[in-house]
Design a protein around this ligand. Sequence first.
Ligand code: LHQ
Length: 266
Amino acid sequence: MAATGSPIVIEDDGPVRTITLNRPDVLNALNDALLRSLTEAVRDAEKADAVRCLIITGAGRAFSSGQDLAEVRDRYARGQAIDFGPHLRNLYNPLILGIRQIEKPVIGAINGVAAGAGCSLALACDVRVAAESASFIEAFINVGLVPDSAATFMLPRLVGISRALELAFTGRRVKADEALRIGLVNEVAPDDRLGDSASKLARKLAALPTRALGLTKRAINAGWNADLETQLEHEATLQAIAGKTHDHREGVAAFLEKRPPQFRGE
Ligand code: LHQ
């Protein structure tokens, strides 16, 4: 456990690392310190061979309420208007890219409301398990802003362009049952079972061939914007890498020997 007051808490349970956003008094609003710590934590998880799956969740009753608006107001009061261009480029974009590019599965355990850039953070995760009381708000419009932190990239890909526009235009709250129905989340769990559900999925993913999972993520990310020929070639390149791993050999041997495989993530 990190010290009290730390903007994030990092805990390892075997190969599963959980990062908890830890500003519950402000619904885990994203200030500079939290964003920097979280980006660094994702980078550290990438480097740590022992970590084979990541969970991102929030402390208290929210996942994240998005950009810390009090920080924005305080800077305005000091006459230091934030230029959101560099703010996004320096603090948010590296975080979102880090999550999309880390070659390990990232599960968002969405424990409560995810609003604005907090919603974008949830959408950047590979898989989302939501508590029954969780909700999603494209809150940007409510403060006169444009969806950012990859919301305009992830949201239409998850729910389709028309629904994405409706959610971004209205800034209305999408509750967990609707989120499941429209493909915004993969699973909904009772509030008191969210941690268990996310951990169960994480343990399952952490026991799989990590290298192949990572390459699968790379391939599917690339496939969104590729033409068929390019993607086929990319698959061949990645399969050549996967084919040289221990876990591939182990999977084949285990199948033929009719025994469970012992994947090492190598
Ligand atoms: C907060 C916040 C918050 C500070 C609740 N900040 N304190 C923008 C700029 C630049 C670059 C990056 O990207 C962005 C994108 C964005 O993220 S813009 C969107 C920012 N987020 C929002 O507009 C959401 C603001 N929050 C809300 O609408 C509500 O708090 C929600 C719907 C999330 C939850 O409502 P309630 O359950 O009724 O909670 P609450 O409003 O009473 O909040 C609890 C406390 O948390 C409260 O403080 P207090 O001292 O009164 O207990 C809020 O002031 C504080 N809080 N969100 N983003």
